[in-house]
Design a protein around this ligand. Structure first.
Ligand SMILES: [Zn+2]
Length: 190
């Protein structure tokens, strides 16, 4: 344990509990708090009743390109951009707030969340590292997660491109009316 005030430590514990409750993996907890690994493991076990899964996160930017993860990631990034631009929140609190809002919207649309908190956090890190960008879709006006090196002109999002892409990737088949509602939410976010 590093030298730090009791209040800062309590703050870390509170954030760790919130992250674990949302399903965060150990890598995220270790990166976002000053708490020791042992401490984090104890918090994890206490909150979830099991040990955290072992192993590194296999996440790559490509995961966010399949249509379903792309729409969910884009929705989350819209919220993230909103909070990042409007308040004095810490980077972590910005992610947590945006993620709560994402869950609320997914729940309101009766959808299953596709983006885990750790994936959402990773997504923001990809943006910070300039590996990803938000590209405006020429058809629906939404802003979608795209590779940083993708040309932004003539960009068409995966949903507007549906007919040829349906069923590809790891989606669950066709776009449901609910998924369409999420897409409309993304499109109206600017
Ligand atoms: Zn579109």
């Amino acid at each position: 344990m590093k030298n730090k005030s009791v209040i800062a430590e309590a703050d870390d514990v509170r954030r760790a509990i919130e992250m674990v409750s949302l399903g965060a993996r150990m890598q995220m907890l270790e990166a976002e708090t000053q708490l020791s690994r042992e401490r984090l493991l104890r918090i994890y076990k206490e909150v979830r009743g099991v040990s955290p899964p072992k192993g590194m996160l296999p996440f790559s930017t490509d995961w966010f390109m399949a249509w379903q993860p792309n729409v969910h990631g884009s929705l989350f990034m819209g919220f993230h951009r909103y909070f990042a631009g409007r308040s004095g929140l810490s980077p972590l609190d910005t992610v947590l707030k945006a993620y709560h809002l994402y869950l609320d919207h997914i729940d309101a649309a009766s959808l299953e969340p596709v983006l885990s908190i750790t994936r959402a956090w990773t997504l923001v890190r990809f943006f910070d590292a300039d590996m990803l960008q938000l590209a405006p879709c020429g058809s629906c006006d939404g802003r979608y997660v795209a590779h940083a090196y993708d040309p932004v002109h003539d960009y068409t999002c995966g949903l507007c491109n549906m007919p040829s892409r349906a069923g590809k990737g790891r989606g669950r088949g066709k776009v449901s009316p609910n998924a369409r509602a999420v897409r409309e939410r993304v499109a109206s976010m600017d």
